[in-house]
Design a binder for this molecule. Structure first.
Ligand code: UT7
Length: 338
């Protein structure tokens, strides 16, 4: 899939942000019957950040985007495309255009993309098609979610897992010989959709005799945790191996394993199945919980800013979650060839 000629893709900036208010496991145990010990040992999560009642997806996504643009050196006015991967849009018609306006990205087209916790990887692949086709040069990809809006705060099986946040990367067209998106694979299986849902439920409303519409709202997140766990540890190694095959790379050529930050036990199991040592696994969920579409760019940005991820490093990223959806992308960080 990597191109020697034609148009390549470089990853030239990252940014992230989380809301100000942190809720640790101890505080959570005052809300539902749980304990720091249970949450830490079953998930690795110690705290999460929550967007307050006045918080907006628009605000955190815009902040993450500005941080990524600053690192990239690309002025907002030079952006051609903005993709916002999210399942928690402020507005069901889309939030991306609001971000476009806030950034002053006057010539960019902007749209939302929904693929739950796989949204960032799906967004990366979508952005890549526009760049490779020669349609767009500068693309801003944001992954952002405020799942706290849709969590059932009386359900200890789910409410301990999620947090709010936003992350972004800037992708730019480059020479085909310097292509840094080495391979990818994305998948869906709707037959398992009921394992993880945030579903609309209609209330019938009669307009006139014989004409009834459904006007309801979304129901809180419902998850069969064990099914999703089994799905993740089977499908994620498979899809990474497929993407690596397309990238003409082997697992020992991977510098960083960057998985959706759902559960430390999933990260450990996937790394073990792939034979990737723990020190190559990027993990920050202890601090943030599962931030859905934001988790991969949030962890990437942190690792880049800490100087752990360096230009030229090979990253195997994989998102997985509701849909069910899953996918992997093998890419090299940074502007210049190693
Ligand atoms: O981004 C979307 C992707 N989502 C995921 O990747 C989630 C994947 N699944 C998981 O990470 C795990 O299945 C969970 C962390 C959600 C649950 O861990 P588990 O080891 O599968 O626990 P379990 O559901 O089998 O529950 C074990 C016990 C149960 O008690 P009993 O029936 O054995 O008496 C639960 O009621 O733990 C109980 N339990 C809790 N206890 C204290 C469940 N949640 C809690 C809690 N605190 N928060």
């Amino acid at each position: 899939m990597s191109q020697q000629s034609g148009i390549g893709i470089a990853f030239i900036g990252s940014g992230s942000t989380v809301p100000e208010v942190a809720l640790d496991n101890q505080a959570l145990s005052q809300i539902v019957e749980t304990s720091d010990e249970w949450i830490t040992s079953r998930t690795g999560i110690r705290q999460r950040y929550l967007s307050g009642a006045d918080g907006s997806l628009r605000a955190i996504a815009t902040q993450a985007a500005q941080n990524a643009l600053e690192m990239s050196g690309v002025p907002a006015a030079e952006l051609d495309l903005i993709i916002l991967a999210t399942s928690t849009s402020d507005d069901l018609f889309g939030t991306a255009s609001q971000i476009q306006s806030d950034l002053g990205a006057v010539k960019a087209v902007a749209f939302d993309l929904t693929a739950a916790c796989s949204g960032f990887v799906f967004g990366m692949v979508t952005a890549a098609q526009f760049i490779r086709a020669g349609t767009y040069q500068n693309v801003l990809l944001i992954g952002a979610d405020i799942l706290s809006r849709w969590v059932d705060w009386t359900d200890r099986r789910t409410c301990v897992l999620f947090g709010d946040g936003a992350g972004a990367v800037v992708m730019q067209a480059c020479e085909g010989a310097s292509d840094r998106l080495l391979g990818f694979e994305i998948r869906s299986d709707g037959s398992q959709n009921d394992c993880l849902t945030l579903a609309y439920q209609a209330e019938p409303r009669a307009l006139i005799n014989g004409v009834t519409v459904g006007q309801g709202t979304y129901q809180p997140i419902a998850m069969n945790g064990q099914e999703v766990y089994r799905f993740a540890i089977k499908r994620v190694p498979e899809v990474i191996e497929k993407a690596l095959h397309r990238a003409h790379r082997t697992t020992d050529q991977v510098d960083w394993l960057l998985l959706h930050q759902a559960n430390q036990r999933i990260l450990d199991a996937v790394a073990q199945r792939l034979g990737i040592p723990n020190e190559k696994v990027i993990s920050n969920m202890a601090n943030y919980g599962n931030t859905s579409a934001a988790s991969i760019p949030l962890a990437l940005d942190e690792a880049v800013r800490q100087g752990r991820v360096q230009a030229g490093d090979v990253i195997a990223a994989s998102g997985f979650g509701a849909g069910l959806t899953w996918g992997a992308a093998i890419f090299q960080w940074g502007k210049s060839a190693p």
